[in-house]
Design a binder for this molecule. Structure first.
Ligand code: MN3
Length: 204
């Protein structure tokens, strides 16, 4: 088979879900997963596979595209394809008192004062996003943890920061389960965070 044949359909792929569709219920329903992952996330990947062939970005990874392409449709779809993979990987079945442990918890406590203070700052940052966007926990260029919000598909990778947790605050992430109540969604999300996965990203 020609490489060009392979590239047409398999250049960028939608990774399999890291959990069953109903695994996050009731905090995030199977229906939300079906739409958010099966339609919205898939569309970013499909768009990218339509936009990239014939450009200098054919052989690039998503990270390489995000950090080098100029603003525009390829950036938007590459960033959203990447962002949604991180988001999925950062989720697991809901638990009470869902907090990180070990070095990540120590660093969060040192950086933000306490885990409760982190939750307040992270939630506030997510609530302040006007319209579509993301709230992140990221390591800056010095390795310091930062809470940062971005609009639309923008991603801290573009300023040399490494996101270790990303939460989509666009309405399509919560409208089915919470209608317009983003605050209720933010509370639910904090019960779903897979802190083991976030700690792995933190340790890299
Ligand atoms: Mn989304």
């Amino acid at each position: 088979m020609l490489l060009s044949d392979l590239q047409i359909n398999t250049m960028f792929q939608l990774p399999a879900l890291p959990f069953e569709k109903d695994a996050l219920a009731p905090a995030m329903s199977a229906e939300t997963i079906e739409y958010h992952y099966g339609k919205h996330h898939k569309a970013y990947v499909d768009n990218l596979n339509n936009l990239v062939p014939g450009t200098p970005y054919e052989a690039k990874t998503l990270e390489e595209i995000i950090t080098t392409v100029e603003p525009g449709p390829i950036f938007n779809n590459a960033a959203q394809a990447w962002n949604h993979v991180l988001f999925r990987n950062c989720l697991r079945a809901p638990r009470e008192n869902n907090i990180p442990t070990g070095a990540l918890l120590d660093t969060i406590n040192q950086t933000f004062g306490s885990f409760d203070q982190f939750v307040e700052l992270f939630t506030t940052a997510g609530m302040k996003v006007f319209g579509s966007g993301w709230v992140w926990l990221a390591k800056d260029a010095e390795g310091t943890l930062q809470i940062v919000a971005t609009a639309n598909g923008d991603n801290p990778l573009t300023k040399g920061w490494q996101p270790i947790l990303g939460v989509d605050v666009r309405e399509h992430s919560y409208y089915i389960d919470y209608r317009n109540a983003r605050a209720a969604y933010m509370t639910a999300i904090l019960s779903l965070i897979n802190w083991d996965y976030v700690a792995e990203q933190f340790a890299k």
